[in-house]
Design a protein around this ligand. Structure first.
Ligand code: ARG
Length: 593
């Protein structure tokens, strides 16, 4: 890997670079990676934990060091002189506590204010990522699980993009498979003039799907025709292709409405896209001796799994797994992705585990222990539960209409906003347009944030009351916090834009220093969220940041104080970082609430 430019990358990365130099000077005979963490105690800001491990490597080899603490002392002493570190001390068995220089922290914040938050992008060891997310199935319901996948996947994509990683946002829609036989036959039967019809005329696709399924289950003759239709579709017969296209188009229009509401970009590459690649991919695997015959099906036996991975069904048809193998092959060889990430519910974990292993058996991917690229990851998530603790459903229908859900969040936040503004007599300051935009930002943001803030593997209960509360760890609370900072800045008579260039940040008060240090951790937080594929890490940071700001604001007077210029810049920096967090979470920040 190329050495990064000085000053680039997260603070943790920069400290690690300095520690690496010190390690080389301290124990030239040993090659180790720096172990740098945020300090857990109060004697430093960051800590280096290499001494103890190094001790076990060098003791007994005639080293002049007496104990791990002595190695720690040497690491501290050998840190290169620079403007980043103010001091370093050693605690306990050899923890090296590093204190950052206040003026360096201040300068880093000021540089960001002048040159933009993009200068705080972390440097990730990957250049191109395929992110497979959302991926609903055509003509079946797009359920809350797909909403979760869409929200989590979009945030991951935004975080990687911010970190200068190229992201292919892939919508692996289920647009192929045997269900199309019955859908096509039903279309022919119900709408003989289907070719001239616009997508509206066919109406709700889910209703259509249910009705055709019922027909399929009840009428043997229809079932027969449907099965014929699959064959004719797969054989490429024109009329059947056209009908398939029509059904996909209607579905696509419905999905696109949701993506538009959520402001999510996706490129559709459905299962059908990979279909032509399946035979050659299976041929390769077969020639490697990986595919065997089992009970009439063609399968791959995988260590640690009782049942094999079926890649050709008994009827000769391909399935979900064969499609995923072909898609992975394509992503690795044609799209040249280094990291391929799949966002689905945890229920599919076994499927991913199995076909990832199959790919490793084929030599497509290195052993994960080697920590090398290319690699694959399954980003699993838990269920969305209703107030009754069961799978989330809305009152009227069995399914949850995503559009309705977002609408309700918006209208609830609008009525609360209206009520509050009316009570405060502030309603006159707001235009209808502002009201509308704000309630949308707050409402939609609340739905997204409620989904993102928990560790994605845990189930969460969907509750409008909870997510729209202005107390606790909610998007509404955070929107308020941000808007309040904006109002502080508006209230001041000073011009922040001018201050950015001419002013100076000082971190004299302890709460200023704490806030400043937390602000500059932004890059390493994004880095961690990307590395571990955990959007909740960013949510936690955003929430903590707003808490730290509150402490600062309670203890440090801003407007009207002698420190106003510096403190105003801290307010601005906090607002900028908060907005960037919102942006990565797909939430529109509001400036006035
Ligand atoms: N369509 C699938 C579902 O709704 C999700 C697809 C995920 N992506 C993949 N490459 N398998 O469950």
């Amino acid at each position: 890997q190329e050495p990064a430019a000085p000053g680039a990358g997260s603070v943790k990365q920069q400290i690690s670079n300095l520690v690496a130099l010190s390690l080389r000077a301290t124990v030239p005979e040993v090659d180790v990676e720096p172990i740098v963490e945020v300090c857990t105690g109060k004697f430093g800001d960051y800590q280096c934990n290499n001494a103890m491990g190094l001790w076990s490597k060098v003791k007994g080899s005639g080293t002049s060091f007496k104990n791990p603490n002595a190695i720690g002392q040497a690491i501290a002493k050998n840190l290169p002189a620079c403007d980043v570190i103010e001091s370093a001390s050693v605690a306990g068995p050899g923890f090296v506590n590093i204190v950052l220089s206040k003026s360096w922290v201040a300068k880093r914040i000021q540089d960001m204010l002048v040159n933009g938050i993009k200068t705080w992008a972390p440097i990730l060891p990957v250049k191109r990522v395929v992110l497979d997310f959302s991926s609903p199935n055509i003509a079946k319901e797009m359920h809350v699980g797909h909403l979760r996948s869409t929200i989590i996947g979009d945030t991951l994509a935004r975080m990687f993009e911010f970190s200068n990683v190229e992201v292919l946002r892939c919508n692996h829609v289920g647009d192929w498979g045997t269900q199309f036989g019955m859908l096509i036959e039903f279309l022919f039967e119900k709408f003989p003039n289907w070719e001239e019809l616009g997508s509206q005329a066919i109406g709700d696709l889910q209703v259509f799907y249910k009705a055709s399924k019922q027909r399929f289950d009840e009428d043997a003759e229809f079932k027969d025709r449907a099965q014929q239709a699959v064959v004719r579709l797969q054989g490429g017969e024109e009329k059947y292709r056209a009908a398939w296209k029509k059904i996909c188009e209607i579905s696509r229009n419905e999905f696109d409405q949701v993506y538009k509401l959520l402001d999510v970009q996706l490129e559709e590459k459905g299962e059908s896209f990979y279909n032509p690649y399946i035979p050659q991919v299976l041929e390769k695997l077969s020639s490697q001796g990986l595919i065997e015959e089992s009970e009439g099906a063609r399968v791959i036996f995988i260590q640690g799994h009782q049942i094999p991975l079926i890649v050709v069904k008994r009827d000769g048809g391909f399935n979900y797994a064969s499609t995923d193998l072909a898609a992975l092959w394509y992503r690795l060889n044609v799209e040249k992705a280094e990291w391929i990430i799949y966002v689905t519910d945890v229920g599919q974990q076994q499927h991913f585990d199995m076909f990832f292993k199959a790919a490793r058996m084929a030599g497509w991917l290195p052993d994960p222990k080697e920590k090398k690229f290319p690699k694959t990851s399954h980003v699993g998530f838990g269920l969305v539960l209703g107030a009754d603790g069961k799978r989330f459903r809305t009152r009227s229908t069995e399914v949850v209409r995503l559009g309705d859900l977002l609408d309700e969040a918006k209208s609830r936040s609008k009525s609360e906003l209206l009520q509050r503004l009316t009570e405060n007599g502030k309603i006159v300051d707001w235009t209808d347009e502002e009201l509308e935009q704000t309630s949308k930002a707050v409402g939609y943001g609340a739905v997204k944030y409620a989904d993102l803030k928990n560790n994605r593997l845990t189930n969460y209960t969907f509750s409008f009351d909870q997510m729209l509360s202005d107390k606790g760890n909610t998007a509404v609370y955070l929107q308020y916090a941000h808007a309040r900072i904006c109002s502080i800045i508006r209230k001041s008579n000073m011009d922040v834009e001018e201050l950015k260039v001419s002013g100076n940040i000082s971190l004299a008060h302890p709460d200023e220093r704490v806030l400043g240090l937390y602000l500059i951790r932004y890059a390493e937080i994004v880095e961690e969220a990307c590395t571990n594929l955990l959007p909740s890490v960013l949510c936690e940071y955003l929430y903590n940041l707003s808490e730290m700001f509150t402490r600062f604001y309670t203890n440090c007077q801003v407007v009207g104080s002698p420190e106003e210029p510096s403190r105003l810049l801290l307010c601005e920096a906090t607002a900028v970082v908060m907005r960037q967090c919102f942006q990565l979470l797909g939430i529109t920040p509001v400036y006035k609430l």
